[in-house]
Ligand binder design. Structure first.
Ligand SMILES: NC(=O)C1=CN([C@@H]2O[C@H](COP(=O)(O)OP(=O)(O)OC[C@H]3O[C@@H](n4cnc5c(N)ncnc54)[C@H](OP(=O)(O)O)[C@@H]3O)[C@@H](O)[C@H]2O)C=CC1
Ligand SMILES: CCCCCCCCCCCCCCCC(=O)[C@@H](N)CO
Length: 335
């Protein structure tokens, strides 16, 4: 008898959640004919995002520093432009986003003059320099903040006023799972990715009344030119810990980010570990789906328990690597 009542209450609860969901969920945005500006659009995740956006009918601006790489990416992306759509265009902007703000602003406004106001800004430009804290040059900490954080501030600062005026827009920050937990070898990188979260939460509260929605993406390791480069200098501990979450393709990551952006979801996470991590670390984040909020409330405790096992596993990796290193060193001395 009580079992049936509990089941009925649960079903009514789920129905109420579904009925209330549209009140909280942001309205969807249409990729067709939208102007999507992608920083870091000449490589890796950014390029995959650009390809998928043009496949869905968007006009795209790619922004990065290297002109040659930009031109090559533009050529490649052009192949995916919908044929019967003469209006659709792909353009490039070459600038160091972390440099002079006035220059960034004027180039971004020029980009808007030719393709129309930016509807979706994807802040994907970024890089990582892994290494132990006391082996990284102090300059790397500033560089990480400038490339991964200040670049996003610059692009957003230049394009947000237009979005507010038009009463429509989406802003994506590509953070990382290393922006949800700090891990060995990522002291400089993690801090810059955590910074994006503070920015996104504060900004979302400001711009929601203007119908501008933010998405904070947390990819795991993704197979891109940037990832291949970082592998060369990554400490073994960092590799072993990161591997826990798997290796994704840029296409897979891009399609998840794009779908979450269209739906206006605040968190964009991938893989089972990614979803668990976002529930566990949701903190005071904005609610963009009642179902998601319910999931967070129900699962947070259990995910914390699971995380204790992960933490123990990571500590063991660090201890084992330290022991191995010490053994190797003493063997060398004995020779
Ligand atoms: N790959 C991975 O494992 C993961 C990546 N991420 C994040 O995703 C984003 C993309 O990564 P990924 O695709 O691997 O990176 P890539 O290195 O493949 O591409 C980085 C892009 O950013 C551009 N860029 C870098 N610095 C600047 C700058 N100062 N001004 C303008 N453009 C710049 C690069 O072009 P150019 O050099 O010509 O300027 C390039 O287009 C990064 O923010 C990264 O931190 C997050 C989690 C995992
Ligand atoms: C309930 C608890 C679940 C816990 C899951 C923990 C998984 C931790 C894995 C961390 C992986 C970090 C990858 C960073 C990739 C990155 O940003 C660089 N490759 C950038 O180039």
């Amino acid at each position: 008898m009580w079992g049936w009542i509990a089941l009925a209450v649960f079903i009514v609860f789920i129905i109420v959640l579904y009925l209330l969901s549209p009140l909280i969920s942001p309205p969807q945005i249409n990729l067709k004919d939208s102007h999507v500006l992608i920083t870091g659009g000449s490589s890796g995740i950014g390029k995959a995002l650009a390809i998928q956006a043009v496949q869905q009918g968007s006009k795209v601006t790619l922004l990065a520093r290297d002109k040659l790489k930009l031109e090559e990416a533009k050529k490649e992306i052009h192949k995916y432009v919908i044929e019967d759509d003469c209006e659709q265009r792909v353009q490039t902007v070459s600038v160091d986003l972390s440099g002079d703000y006035q220059l960034v602003e004027s180039l971004l406004h020029n980009a808007e003059s030719s393709l129309g106001g930016v509807d979706i800004l994807i802040n994907c430009a970024g890089t990582s320099s892994p290494g132990r804290f006391d082996e990284l040059p102090v300059s790397e900490f500033r560089k990480m903040m400038e490339i991964n954080y200040i670049s996003a501030v610059h692009a957003t600062r230049a394009l947000l006023p237009g979005m507010k005026e038009r009463g429509r827009g989406r802003i994506v920050f590509v953070s990382s799972q290393a922006g949800q937990l700090g891990l060995f070898g990522f002291s400089a990188y993690s801090a810059s990715k955590f910074a994006l979260r503070g920015l996104a939460e504060a900004l979302q509260m400001e711009v929601k009344p203007y119908n501008v929605y933010l998405t904070l993406a947390f990819p795991a390791d993704t197979n891109t030119p940037g990832f291949q480069e970082e592998q060369k200098s990554k400490p073994l501990e960092t590799k072993l810990i990161s591997e826990t979450s798997g290796l994704f393709s840029a296409e897979n990551v891009a399609s998840i980010i794009l779908a979450d952006t269209v739906r206006g979801r605040f968190f964009s996470s991938m893989g089972l570990d990614g979803i668990m991590l976002s529930c566990l670390t949701c903190g005071f984040s904005p609610v963009t789906s009642l179902m998601e909020a319910t999931q967070q409330v129900v699962t947070m405790g259990i995910f914390r328990i699971i995380s204790l096992f992960y933490l123990d596993h990571f500590d063991r990796i660090v201890r084992r690597c330290k022991l191995d290193k010490e053994t190797r060193n003493s063997e060398k001395k004995n020779i």
